[in-house]
Design a protein around this ligand. Structure first.
Ligand code: BTN
Length: 238
């Protein structure tokens, strides 16, 4: 089910409040806002949310035997990758970047924000459908600039995204984490790709992508040949 509101501060904040108030939101439920006045990005950043692009959040009800919760980042990224294959007709080069960035031709086309509320995770996804906000530190693109034949209809994009997300969630649970990580790796930058990881304490740490740990952590080969395992940090292609 998809609920649409004209404007709200943040669809993630709304779902968090509704879950906190005891509202039973089933998996498969999506809240979409046509505009957000205080869209939230990762690491406390704002997410610019003018009309035309997609801003939507859904809930995942955690189960005792689910893979580790942080690996939902890969589920969300793979779902958006599947969405791009549909909307861009598979014709454009789409690449995943750890942990949950989706790049088209090297440019950011969406944002994914996962937040936990008790035994639920809220997955908030913003997709640049008709326009791409300018960011100071990275290139951005939109579905329409990559595929001018697309309808540019955010509601239709959400219909596709909801199907892609549900299918990836089922596979995460039924096939297990190793299969999800293998799929993510297949669509990610190749081993050896130079990366810059922004760490809270140390600033920018350069290294080369050396695959994933079995729990999904990023393996970074440092200049001295040692291996650094990164569990959290902002990654950019160097
Ligand atoms: C990022 O910084 O890359 C993540 C951005 C996530 C934006 C989406 S838009 C829908 C949902 N509601 C929010 O306030 N944020 C997420």
């Amino acid at each position: 089910m998809i609920e649409v509101v004209e404007e709200t501060a943040s669809t993630n904040a709304d779902l968090s409040r509704r879950l906190g108030a005891g509202e039973g939101l089933a998996e498969g439920f999506w809240l979409r806002a046509v505009r957000q006045s205080a869209g939230r990005g990762r690491r406390g950043r704002q997410w610019s949310s003018p009309e035309g692009n997609l801003y939507a959040s859904t809930v995942i009800a955690l189960r005792a035997d689910d893979p580790p919760v942080h690996t939902l980042a890969f589920v969300a990224a793979l779902a958006v990758g599947d969405l791009m294959a549909l909307r861009l007709r598979g014709g454009t080069d789409c690449q995943l970047k750890w942990p949950n960035d989706v790049l088209v031709g090297g440019a950011k086309i969406c944002g994914i924000l996962l937040e936990r509320t008790g035994d639920h995770v809220i997955a908030g996804i913003g997709v640049n459908v008709v326009s791409a906000p300018r960011l100071p530190d990275r290139a951005t693109t939109s579905i329409l600039s990559e595929n001018p034949a697309d309808s540019g209809d955010a509601q239709a994009v959400l219909g596709d995204l909801a199907s892609c997300f549900a299918a990836r969630l089922v596979r995460w649970r039924s096939e297990g984490l190793a299969s999800t990580l293998a799929e993510w790796t297949r669509h990610a930058h190749p081993q050896g790709t130079p990366l810059l990881v922004a760490m809270d304490e140390e600033g920018m740490v350069p290294g080369a992508f050396a695959g994933l740990d079995p729990d999904g952590a990023l393996r970074l080969r440092l200049a001295d040949g040692s291996l650094r395992v990164v569990h959290a940090g902002d990654v950019s292609l160097a």
